[in-house]
Design a protein around this ligand. Structure first.
Ligand code: URA
Length: 298
């Protein structure tokens, strides 16, 4: 008879070597593959490794959730056949049919509940097919501070809530330093579905989901926004610079005819790998605390 402990050990071993999905377009012989090369952020500023990875850690603009250098290389998937539904990488955000559909559906939602329902029934982003859960939001929808991360990681995908894994724990500690907790903030992500293996989201995936997030912000009407990490900051601000350039200054997010101050900050997952960068993060948290006081936010 098969021992349940043996099955658990085998599963753990597969997860440890990076084989945590069974959804590739082609079968992958995980045992035959050697360590995968570490993805490098295109911009300068890649920091020191902060984990078990043997290569250099990705920089602050790399996907913060990415599994770094722990597992084998996935065999390249064949190119996805062109569809009219999904955006191509060079299309501007919102120009894909999926983006147009998303905008129409999201625009109809008059409440957060109906927006969540519309998102859950939206099939325009292929990430939905591989995710376990739709991760909509956490925290207090009445809060005047809204934090926006990149995309759910493994823990978030499993639990259906944003920032509940290790980077979420660090985020909670950072918020606590300035007297905030999840009852005082509202949290969501650019993408509601986990990219397989925590890879960086593509422009097409962002384009398909962004209208929901934009409507989300419109409905919540926060007084202050915080973009956590490069993907979030660049997407919300429609800027090409990396997070190290964007962070540390109040920027502006235009929503429904009003300008909301937005602070881009380093992603907690980046801070876990690069503890030295917590100095900058602390400055940004203090700037947030000061703005909260200036705006008279309770
Ligand atoms: N990283 C993110 O950007 N969002 C989450 O929800 C979790 C980790």
């Amino acid at each position: 008879m098969i021992d349940v402990c043996d099955i658990l050990d085998a599963l753990r071993w597969h997860a440890d070597i990076g084989c945590d999905e069974a959804i590739g377009d082609e079968p992958t012989d995980w045992a035959a593959l050697t360590a995968r090369p570490v993805a490098r952020a295109p911009s300068a500023g890649a920091g020191a490794a902060g984990g078990a990875a043997s290569g250099p850690a990705p920089g602050p603009n790399a996907s913060p959730n990415a599994v770094r250098g722990a597992g084998p290389t996935r065999a390249p998937a064949p190119a996805r056949p062109a569809t009219t539904l999904f955006a191509s990488p060079d299309q501007p955000l919102g120009a894909s049919e999926a983006g147009i559909q998303a905008r129409a559906r999201a625009g109809e939602a008059q409440t957060l509940e109906s927006l969540e329902a519309a998102l859950r029934s939206f099939d325009g982003c292929p990430l939905k097919a591989t995710a376990m859960n739709t991760v909509f939001a956490d925290g207090n929808p009445q809060a005047q501070v809204m934090l926006i991360g990149e995309a759910p990681g493994e823990d978030e995908d499993r639990q259906g809530k944003p920032f509940v894994g290790v980077s979420g724990k660090l985020l909670d500690r950072m918020l606590a330093q300035i007297g905030l907790d999840r009852s005082a903030v509202y949290i969501s992500n650019i993408l509601p579905w986990r990219p397989p293996g925590n890879r960086s989201p593509t422009q097409a995936e962002i384009a398909a989901c962004l209208p929901f997030l934009e409507r989300h912000v419109e409905l919540v009407r926060p007084k202050l926004l915080v973009a956590l990490g490069g993907v979030s900051a660049k997407t919300l601000l429609n800027r090409a610079e990396g997070i190290t350039r964007l962070r540390g200054q109040w920027r502006t997010y235009e929503v429904a005819g009003t300008s909301v101050p937005l602070m881009p900050m380093l992603h907690p997952a980046y801070l876990l790998r690069n503890p030295i960068a917590k100095r900058e993060a602390w400055r940004d948290m203090l700037a947030l605390q000061q703005k909260i006081a200036e705006e008279g936010i309770k």
